[in-house]
Design a protein around this ligand. Structure first.
Ligand SMILES: Nc1ncnc2c1ncn2[C@@H]1O[C@H](COP(=O)(O)OP(=O)(O)OP(=O)(O)O)[C@@H](O)[C@H]1O
Length: 548
């Protein structure tokens, strides 16, 4: 692929950069090209820090950055939580706090007893270090010494350790020369702080994101940090605004949604459709059964897994999954994937390796440690485990007991000090849940994907069916004071609009927006379904294909 002029400017610039990238503008392409270039300039003992939003996105970025057979050298590819834990807290907190009495476990503040939770009333995710008292730090320290780190406090703890440990900063300075953070619009306060502090070590810093794709405000993330960087004179500000993915009418529609004054590109066809299906979600499934085939032919879509059905709620995904006759695959998240204990992460990656041919065993291992760290006997054991795991997944019935034993064997070699019963229990629970388990398999070529809008971030499909476009649901709103339906209160209009934008811009060739005359609410009660405000916003219907 030849870089465009805009992409070339970024590739040629060598200083701190902030890159605001529209959907489909090739940001993953640009970051991976830059990383390739940096890796070639570094000696073996140095590397880049490349932080992505999910493990899956990290593996994708790593694979693309090493696609020419490049050596990762001493680089870090992973999520911010993993970076904070493995590069800052675990190796250096013990020098400030003392050595934990037992193996460290990652848990939630909310899992503590009611009385203990009371001690965390001071805690919120936007606390600056300066505002945290010594006694609050002592509280975190006391739990650390008992072997507990709280997910909610990983950012603040990492910030504290980084700021107070000279050894930690020296280590980061000696090992890393570049830091990349992708999806910066979904950064939290602590991530923003650490990024800026690392930059002060003369490590070149690159922040990449899209202000309009910020969709995680509900968990304390905020696009304002990315916006701040665009005004920071120590960063050069680049824009990637040419969308290489979507049909011009999809670009027009999505841009108009955010800004009705947007300049429209000329196009012969509007390939955004809207239908209000008569009936409820069951009727939508029947409607999809009729329209998937027609769409596939009309849009010359070679494989059905290039079609996605995106939902706002997991519940709608499950209903469609139960009702749809066309071959399909529902992807859902599970607790094993989101749990931060090292063994959970190992198990989750081993499941991906077992089901998905794109995952290599080495990738799973190297996410946690380098191969050079293993003795010959451990390498032999890993090799034998790999063969056994491959056999488990190629046999007709999955031998779950044997699989658990083998996964534990691998975890014991990779991370002997992180043993966690919680991870083993979560693995067992996934193995008992057919839908969660199937989520590890990529959709085969014949299966339409069903997933939530949140999960679709960073992905692309030929065609998208976008469901759940109901008033009250999306954008979310609640009746005002005293159950006043005439003065409703929106949950977060902008975040919901961004999520709608993310959904539409996953589509290359066309997108069908769908509502229905009935909908089922969270209590399973059937309600009248009115169209979402987004469907008629600023006369946007003029940019749709004219059907009734
Ligand atoms: N210079 C280019 N020439 C042709 N196609 C390109 C170019 N750059 C990117 N593309 C294509 O555009 C699509 C989007 O690229 P990429 O996945 O890197 O985008 P992105 O900016 O990460 O997207 P998003 O933020 O929406 O997830 C891909 O199919 C990619 O191959």
């Amino acid at each position: 692929m030849k870089p465009t002029e805009q992409q070339k400017l970024i590739l040629d610039y060598d200083g701190n950069s902030v890159i605001i990238a529209a959907p489909g503008s090739g940001k993953t392409f640009v970051i991976s090209e830059k990383i390739k270039c940096h890796l070639r300039s570094l000696p073996e003992h140095q590397g880049v820090i490349a932080i992505s939003y999910t493990n899956k996105a990290s593996i994708e970025l790593k694979n693309r950055s090493l696609s020419n057979g490049d050596n990762p050298k001493s680089s870090f590819f992973g999520t911010i939580d993993k970076f904070n834990l493995s590069e800052i807290i675990i190796p250096f907190a013990k020098y400030l706090f003392g050595v934990p009495s037992t193996d460290v476990k990652i848990t939630k503040i909310t899992s503590l007893s009611h009385d203990e939770i009371e001690n965390f009333n001071w805690f919120n995710r936007k606390l600056t270090l300066e505002k945290i008292s010594d006694s609050n730090i002592d509280l975190l320290k006391s739990y650390f010494l008992k072997g507990l780190i709280f997910i909610e406090s990983i950012g603040v703890l990492a910030n504290y350790v980084y700021t107070n440990s000279v050894a930690c900063r020296n280590y980061i300075r000696a090992r890393y020369k570049f830091i990349y953070i992708d999806e910066y619009q979904d950064s939290g306060f602590e991530q923003h702080q650490i990024f800026q502090k690392i930059k002060l070590l003369n490590i070149k810093a690159f922040a990449v994101g899209d202000l309009n794709q910020s969709i995680y405000a509900f968990s304390g993330k905020d696009a304002k940090y990315l916006e701040e960087l665009t005004k920071d004179e120590t960063f050069k500000y680049f824009k990637l605004d040419k969308n290489h993915r979507c049909h011009p009418s999809i670009i027009n529609y999505s841009n108009y949604l955010l800004n009705p004054k947007t300049e429209l590109i000329s196009t012969e066809n509007n390939l955004i459709f809207f239908s209000r299906v008569k009936g409820n979600e069951q009727a939508i499934a029947q409607w999809l059964d009729q329209n998937i085939k027609i769409t596939q032919e009309a849009f010359k879509i070679e494989k059905r897994n290039q079609i996605a059905i995106l939902t706002r709620t997991t519940r709608t995904g499950e209903i469609i999954n139960n009702e749809l006759k066309e071959p399909h695959k529902l992807s859902v998240s599970n607790e094993l994937d989101t749990n931060l204990n090292v063994w959970s992460s190992i198990f989750s990656n081993l499941l991906s390796f077992g089901y998905d041919k794109n995952y290599k065993f080495n990738d799973v291992i190297e996410l946690f440690t380098s191969y050079d760290n293993f003795s010959n006997s451990d390498l032999q054991k890993l090799k034998s485990s790999k063969e056994k795991i491959v056999n488990f997944f190629s046999s007709n019935t999955l031998n779950k007991e044997e699989l658990i034993i083998e996964f534990i064997n691998v975890a014991k070699i990779i991370a002997p000090n992180s043993k966690g019963q919680e991870s083993i229990d979560l693995l067992k629970s996934v193995l008992e849940n057919a839908i969660e388990l199937k989520s590890y398999e990529p959709a085969n070529e014949n299966e339409v994907n069903i997933l939530t809008l949140h999960k679709s971030k960073g992905l692309e499909y030929d065609f998208v069916f976008h469901l759940d476009l109901y008033e009250w649901v999306f954008p979310n709103k609640q009746p005002g004071n005293n159950n006043d339906f005439n003065n409703p209160i929106y949950g977060d209009w902008t975040q919901d609009l961004n999520l709608h934008y993310v959904g539409i811009t996953r589509a290359r060739k066309g997108c069908w927006l769908v509502s229905s005359t009935q909908r089922t609410n969270s209590e399973g009660i059937s309600k009248k379904g009115n169209d979402s405000e987004f469907i008629w916003k600023d006369k946007i219907e003029d940019l749709r294909f004219p059907i009734t």
